[in-house]
Ligand binder design. Structure first.
Ligand code: ADP
Ligand code: ADP
Length: 228
């Protein structure tokens, strides 16, 4: 479970990106985060995986206060939280296989487990036959699949995605969504910031809308609600 209690984020330049966020996301939920550009969606998401720290308030991941996690323990926090980005953020000099294996090596997974688990997740995302390709040899949709494989390889309870379809064409976007739904169906909580109106209004899930750093709407099976 992810809980935020009166969370504020004020950047050093004085911008109040989040102003008193209260939210609770249960294990197993699939949740979209929508809102205009600059509303605070990315900041909301970055707080969850400790890319940013809250200025005040409390964030609990499975009951653990994220603020109190020491820096050296962040890899272990990230083991519980897989992250997917709009621009994939794959390591360009590593193959698809190596990019995914890297995430297991980072948490010092036993060597004997790495190969079978990496192959298993690459198969799940439909890339069993592209394991030895470099990111530059893969399409955008394939690169996003690798990044999803990397995000789930350590069996996290949470998958956090910041505009995962933002750089993809519609066909690849839908494929990525079906994959995220499958991962969710296997028990992983998914939180996804998105500007994709079509997807939000078709694959109906919980919708949290943020405007000016405040949650203005939180609905089960919600709608996108904006024109862009
Ligand atoms: P969104 O993802 O909804 O576009 P963001 O969370 O990226 O919104 O940004 C919310 C506000 O915080 C914006 O005004 C943005 O310019 C500002 N902001 C985001 N990141 C930083 C940062 N690192 N330093 C200062 N201001 C930031
Ligand atoms: P840093 O803390 O300097 O960003 P890391 O080794 O933690 O370096 O991460 C390297 C890259 O992998 C970064 O772009 C980071 O955002 C990304 N990353 C870290 N953890 C995860 C994860 N669980 N899922 C997906 N990407 C991750």
């Amino acid at each position: 479970m992810i809980e935020m209690h009166d969370v504020w984020k004020v950047y050093p330049n004085g911008v109040e990106a989040l102003r008193g966020i209260d939210v609770r996301i249960e294990q197993g939920e699939f949740c979209y985060v929508v809102g205009p550009s600059g509303a605070g969606k990315s900041t909301f998401i970055k707080l969850m995986y400790r890319e940013e720290k809250p200025s005040s308030g409390v964030i609990l991941i499975n009951g653990v206060n994220v603020k109190r996690v020491r820096d050296w323990k962040i890899p272990y926090l990230r083991r519980k939280i897989g992250v997917v980005f709009q621009d994939f953020k794959l390591l360009p000099h590593l193959t698809a296989y190596e990019n995914v294996a890297f995430a297991m090596e980072a948490i010092e997974a036993p060597r004997r487990k790495i190969r079978s688990r990496v192959e298993e997740v690459l198969e799940l995302v439909g890339l069993a036959d592209r394991m030895d390709a470099l990111p530059s040899q893969l399409s955008g949709g394939e690169q996003q699949r690798v990044s999803i494989a990397r995000a789930i390889v350590n069996n996290p309870g949470f998958l956090i995605a910041d505009e995962p379809t933002g750089n993809l064409d519609p066909e690849n976007s839908w494929d990525i969504m079906y994959l995220l739904e499958e991962i969710n169906a296997r028990g992983t909580t998914v939180v996804m910031a998105t500007h994709n109106k079509e997807i939000v209004n078709t694959i109906r899930k919980r919708v949290i809308a943020i405007e000016n750093g405040v949650i203005v709407r939180d609905e089960e099976q919600g709608e996108y609600g904006y024109e862009d």
